[in-house]
Design a protein around this ligand. Structure first.
Ligand code: CMC
Length: 377
């Protein structure tokens, strides 16, 4: 009897988790039991990373110590900067993947997969990721990398290393929230990729490198960049209907809509929607939000009955754009936010490991006669 095929592993439970809870029908997301809305409104990225790694919210002292450790671990070895210089012509996600991979050569815990060592490495990768992206961005412009500033928080320091200028408080908070919203999301494709690596008892650097590679695709982390490209091509709200119709009628997809798990609105989207509107008004460019709203509230309404709503990426691109972040850096920002989530998924995998090795039903030919090469025509 033919085996049942679960294409794309859709609706397949791989294991249990204490990382995040997702109710796709309700549009509910919890990290370690805490609602994403509370975390987005009341927390900081540093606090959320602590929560993900240790499973509970920190006291003030614990958060202070943890933040100090993150700040103290931001510098990357000169050798890694040299590697980034060699690959400076590459896409920022390729540079991040290469940089994280290169960091393995300098990490004293690289082959230690104990929980303590995985947290130490997770802290280092979380702290150093922005330095890699910042250094690569400077190098590709022919500029010197900007050294991390220990006086700035995680989000503020990242923007400082990109632009050589510390952001204002509002911009800083905007990116902080964005990092919180991207920090963890269960067995999504990139986390699954990272778990497959961990399941062979390979190391965290390999797993995070894999996560970055998986995230890069436009059906995963690449959507934010595509959404902003779409908004730029649409140009004016009145062009949106025809533009989207052309895509949809030819069997294409509108980026930033739909999700494998959410069949209601992605709960992360609302925080970015509000902030995209506010930022557009603040910088005198409200039309991007109008275009996106038109796509959401006019063009894509019929898709709601099929469970297709905006996802986290729909408004993210417009925020990055309005912050003057080049579009090829959008996915890297998602990746920087997600490093703690990948780390947590690997911690869980190491903790109760079983090799992840699904099956494929063979659909090819059988028992063919091997013809020696000289007799083949
Ligand atoms: N626009 C138009 N139609 C869509 C879209 C969309 N964005 N998403 C899904 N559909 C349609 C799809 O064409 C298919 O139609 P049909 O049944 O007629 O063939 C149906 O909905 C089901 O699609 P699917 O690909 O089987 O569903 P999935 O659960 O595998 O898709 C997805 C999930 C994210 C790949 C898909 O919704 C998509 O391609 N969205 C656009 C890319 C995007 O925004 N990605 C970011 C995801 S959120 C961030 C992250 O965590 O990665």
């Amino acid at each position: 009897m033919a085996p049942e095929i679960f294409k794309g592993l859709k609706d397949v439970y791989l294991d249990t988790t204490k990382s995040s809870f997702i109710d796709g029908q309700e549009g509910k997301l919890l990290y370690r039991g805490y609602n994403i809305h509370d975390l987005a409104e009341k927390s900081t990225f540093e606090e959320v990373v602590y929560l993900l790694f240790y499973g509970s919210l920190p006291t003030q002292q614990q958060l202070q110590d943890f933040d100090d450790t993150l700040r103290a671990n931001r510098r990357i070895p000169d050798e890694v900067i040299q590697v980034l210089d060699l690959v400076k012509a590459s896409h920022p996600m390729d540079a991040l993947r290469t940089g994280i991979s290169a960091l393995a050569a300098f990490d004293p815990d690289v082959n230690d997969n104990s929980e303590e060592a995985t947290i130490r490495k997770g802290i280092r990768l979380t702290a150093m990721g922005p330095t890699i992206v910042g250094a690569h961005h400077r190098l590709r412009q022919g500029l010197e990398p900007v050294a991390p500033d220990p006086n700035l928080n995680h989000a503020g320091n990242f923007l400082y290393m990109l632009f050589n200028e510390a952001p204002d408080e509002e911009t800083n908070k905007l990116l902080d929230v964005d990092f919180i919203l991207h920090a963890e999301h269960g067995a999504n494709a990139s986390a699954f990729g990272a778990r497959v690596v961990a399941s062979t008892l390979s190391d965290l650097h390999s797993a995070v490198t894999t996560g970055i590679g998986v995230l890069k695709g436009p059906w995963h982390g690449g959507a934010a960049e595509e959404v902003m490209k779409m908004a730029l091509e649409i140009g004016q709200p009145e062009n949106a209907a025809e533009y989207c119709r052309n895509i949809l009628d030819s069997g294409g997809r509108i980026m930033g809509f739909g999700h494998r798990v959410y069949k209601a609105e992605d709960p992360r989207a609302r925080h970015l929607r509000d902030r995209s509107r506010a930022l557009g008004d603040k910088v005198g460019q409200p039309h991007w939000f109008k275009i996106l709203t038109y796509v959401e509230e006019e063009v894509m309404v019929p898709y709601r009955s099929r469970g297709i709503f905006v996802n986290v990426d729909f408004f993210a691109g417009s925020i990055y754009y309005l912050l003057n972040i080049p579009d090829d850096l959008f996915i890297s920002i998602f990746a920087l936010g997600r490093i703690p989530g990948w780390t947590l998924q690997c911690m869980e995998q190491y903790d109760d490991n079983m090799l992840i090795r699904p099956l494929l039903e063979y659909a090819g030919e059988m028992d063919l006669e091997f013809v020696p090469i000289e007799q083949r025509t």
